[in-house]
Design a protein around this ligand. Structure first.
Ligand SMILES: O=C(O)CCC(=O)C(=O)O
Ligand SMILES: [Fe+2]
Length: 314
């Protein structure tokens, strides 16, 4: 099972590299496709996103989370369950168990969702002056890395690269559900509700997720069991979401994962932080099986997201 979530060296196509040799691109494509068609998960090392950038994101988000609740409340995300919204969500506001059909209490996490461009009724927390810039820079880096992966995925699927990338052209600028989310799991309270987890088992609903984490707790399903996917310094976890599984007629797999409550008293006394970048196709894209089959009915991305999100807010 050691090989279930492989570490892939992305240095040939890391951010900032140009003029990549065809053989390197092909090798990387094969490695990614192996992981995405088996466990649906991989670690990428040497992506070009540095640990310093990740630490700055953790730091600036901590400064927001450390504000009094009444200030954070000003930045609460709109209670609109039909789409991703920009803003903060308090502990137990969301249970991702809805996505897997299991009944659990709200997750023991708070989060801030960055969904750009922001709308007239949304804002950035001015109490943490560097928040907006740090988050926007990190979003840009995640977007570039995602586009590189989408390009390799298109190659791996044998479809036209430019046409596929065009279906993500509004990411960060227009109608597209992509969002960057920082998550903070507080030290576990003395009393925990029955069946409550830090993050309930679920599959991600978008196309590709990038995940940066500072402590163990993440577990990935193998079908009949779970394996842990602890942080490996200098790497980012990448996984496939439901939208891409459906779109590829199940060739790429979206795998169940969760974040458990630590078993030891020491672990429970510590908080945990993560940052997830959920990349979606443009909202008006028709998700029609890319292999030309009719395994799934064509569906508009916006409607797909709406249907999934309706299950997660409490
Ligand atoms: O915090 C983590 O490590 C994972 C969170 C997650 O899977 C999610 O928010 O979709
Ligand atoms: Fe997830």
């Amino acid at each position: 099972m050691d090989d279930y979530i492989r570490v892939i060296d992305f240095s040939a196509y890391s951010l900032g590299t140009e003029n990549i040799a065809e053989a390197d691109l092909e090798a990387l494509t094969q490695e990614l496709m192996h992981s995405f068609t088996t466990s649906g998960f991989a670690y990428l090392k040497n992506t070009g996103i540095t640990q310093q950038e990740v630490d700055e994101m953790f730091d600036v988000n901590d400064r927001f989370y450390d504000l009094p609740a009444e200030i954070k409340e000003k930045y609460a995300r709109a209670q609109d369950t039909s789409r991703e919204r920009h803003g903060w969500a308090c502990i137990e506001r969301e249970s991702l168990s809805g996505l897997s059909g299991v009944d659990r209490p709200g997750d023991l996490k708070e989060y801030y969702g960055i969904k750009i461009p922001i709308t007239d009724d949304e804002s950035w927390p001015f109490e943490v002056p560097e928040f907006e810039e740090t988050c926007l820079n990190f979003y840009a880096a995640c977007k570039t890395l995602t586009f590189r992966m989408l390009e390799l995925i298109a190659r791996g699927l044998g479809i036209e690269v430019a046409g596929f990338l065009d279906m993500f052209k509004h990411m960060g600028t227009g109608p597209n559900g992509t969002n960057l989310r920082s998550l903070r799991y507080p030290p576990v309270p003395d009393v925990v509700k029955k069946n409550q987890l830090r993050c309930a088992e679920h599959t991600d609903l978008g196309c590709i997720t990038l995940l940066f984490q500072d402590k163990p707790g993440l577990e990935v399903s193998t079908g009949d069991d779970f394996v842990s996917a602890p942080p490996i310094p200098g790497t980012v976890v990448v996984n496939i979401g439901d939208m891409l599984q459906r779109w590829t007629a199940d060739k790429l797999v979206s795998t169940i994962h969760r974040v458990m409550i630590p078993e030891t008293a020491e672990g429970r006394g510590e908080g945990r932080r993560s940052i997830a970048f959920f990349a979606h196709a443009d909202s008006d894209v028709q998700l029609k099986c890319l292999d030309g089959s009719d395994k799934y009915e064509p569906m508009i991305a916006r409607d797909y997201v709406k249907q999934k999100l309706n299950t997660t807010y409490l």
